[in-house]
Design a protein around this ligand. Structure first.
Ligand SMILES: Cc1cc2nc3c(=O)[nH]c(=O)nc-3n(C[C@H](O)[C@H](O)[C@H](O)COP(=O)(O)OP(=O)(O)OC[C@H]3O[C@@H](n4cnc5c(N)ncnc54)[C@H](O)[C@@H]3O)c2cc1C
Length: 437
């Protein structure tokens, strides 16, 4: 493998820009060769860089960009078991699987993620309450470590460390997953505007048994009795219909970085208020193709440039069921008071299905995710206040979105970190791990 120094490796939040040393292998045996020699600063495999913070950086070390390892290895159309190299994206899987009547059992809010990345963050989707995390549907992993190649199955300790293991247990070369059967590529979707956080909890509770997918968007322009108002969306796959794949093209793109002045509190509040009114107008039942329902942001190329040259932070936490109502009210209240609420804010309840990974993020309760344009110290101070609320509630933050939490905050949310550390390959490292371990 040929490693090159590159300045254009950025994570999705674009806050940190540090040159990285990267190689892009085309064949699996090239990676094995690199592992035979001691690599200063260690190795880390990366995928489509859809993580927001520093979990994809290994400054002073080496990155293996897995995107060219994108071959399908096997697909059983009777059982829905698919085996593919780690660089295959969920979008590619959908294009293969949808016409055959299958879909990934879990998809995050973008399909531009690799199989390896989805597995290494144990990603979750709008159906967490019925399907759990991505890792629950992984049946086998081919993992290359500095001490050799292993095939892992659910139940193995190294499997539990690799699911949600942030690339630190070795290079995932390929994975086998169980796809979900679908009768149509469309969903029956119902959009319901709601007026308060109390109304959100009622809708979420009423929808858990009847709907496979639930999620809400929060309007951070609303205050007082309307605090936490938003748009609740719930959906089920249609039982029958056509099986059409998404288009690969983007409907729009962001051609330049938006000037920072447009990202002020008043602009964001105006955007939120407008978005709320537009969505409210769409209330009621409707049919949506899967791409519109699951991945609306994928229609806009490089939407992360909307936050300007200084980039943005995403804050995603989960709080346990017992404290979620108070904690979510406190978090939303603190964000509204600070006047930093972003346009893209999502609230969702998570179910009780246990995650298979030692460091998996979801827990039974509620997760809140939102973007903050990077205003430097002001934004960091707000996020630190939010950390305190999350910690007090017994919750934790999502590594895929993080680039700044202190070691103690990480350790409080992930008590399994010491157990996980025993499975970290000694030749692997990341900026994230150096920060929290
Ligand atoms: C618009 C948008 C919406 C999102 N919505 C959600 C959501 O709903 N739910 C959710 O859970 N996440 C969500 N995410 C986060 C995203 O799903 C994860 O960050 C995902 O892991 C990114 O995959 P990737 O291929 O880009 O991996 P990268 O971001 O490149 O890497 C992610 C991690 O995987 C490791 N890794 C990658 N490939 C390998 C490999 N072959 N072997 C070993 N380790 C590897 C890396 O070291 C890193 O630690 C969203 C992100 C965006 C941009």
């Amino acid at each position: 493998m040929i490693f090159q120094r590159r300045a254009d490796v950025v994570s999705w939040g674009r806050v940190v820009r540090v040159p990285q040393t990267v190689a892009m292998p085309r064949f699996r045996d090239e990676i094995a060769d690199a592992m035979m020699s001691e690599m200063p600063g260690g190795l880390l495999a990366i995928g489509q860089r859809r993580s927001y913070g520093d979990s994809i950086f290994n400054t002073g070390g080496h990155l293996i960009d897995m995107r060219a390892l994108d071959r399908f290895l096997a697909f059983d159309r009777d059982t829905g078991i698919l085996r593919a190299e780690a660089g295959v994206t969920l979008g590619q899987i959908m294009r293969l699987a949808v016409p055959a009547g299958y879909f990934p059992a879990v998809t995050p809010g973008t399909r531009h993620v690799t199989l390896g990345g989805a597995l290494a963050n144990d990603v979750h989707g709008k159906n967490h309450h019925v399907a759990g995390t991505f890792g629950r549907h992984v049946t086998r992993i081919g993992l290359l470590r500095s001490d050799g190649y292993r095939e892992l199955s659910p139940g193995d300790n190294l499997f539990a460390a690799t699911i949600g293991g942030l690339g630190l247990t070795g290079v995932i070369l390929w994975a086998e997953i169980q796809l979900q059967r679908i009768g149509s590529s469309d969903l029956d979707v119902e959009i319901t505007p709601y007026d308060s956080l109390e109304a959100f909890w009622q809708l979420a509770e009423a929808s858990t048994a009847s709907h496979e997918h639930t999620v809400a968007w929060i309007d951070f322009a609303a205050r007082g009795r309307k605090l936490g108002r938003g748009i609740f969306t719930r959906a089920n796959w249609r039982a029958t219909g056509s099986l059409q794949t998404h288009s690969e093209g983007f409907r729009r793109s962001v051609p330049f970085e938006v000037p920072f002045c447009l990202l002020s509190g008043p602009s964001m509040r105006a955007f939120n208020a407008l978005y709320y009114r537009v969505q409210k107008g769409k209330r009621g039942p409707q049919v949506q193709p899967y791409a519109d329902f699951f991945h609306p942001l994928d229609a806009v190329a490089d939407w992360n440039r909307l936050y300007g040259r200084r980039g943005f932070y995403q804050y995603q936490c989960v709080v346990p069921a017992g404290s979620m109502r108070d904690a979510i009210a406190a978090l939303v209240g603190a964000i509204v008071q600070a006047g930093q609420g972003s346009a893209l804010a999502v609230l969702k309840t998570c179910g009780a299905i246990p995650s298979p990974g030692l460091l998996s993020f979801p827990m039974e309760g509620a997760t809140l995710a939102l973007d903050f344009p990077n205003r430097g110290a002001e934004t960091l101070a707000l996020m630190s206040r939010l950390d305190g609320i999350v910690r007090e509630a017994g919750g934790r933050l999502y590594a895929a979105k993080d680039g700044r939490i202190p070691k103690e905050t990480w350790a409080a949310g992930y008590p399994q970190t010491a157990t996980f550390a025993r499975f970290v390959d000694p030749r692997f490292a990341s900026d994230f791990w150096r920060r929290v371990a």
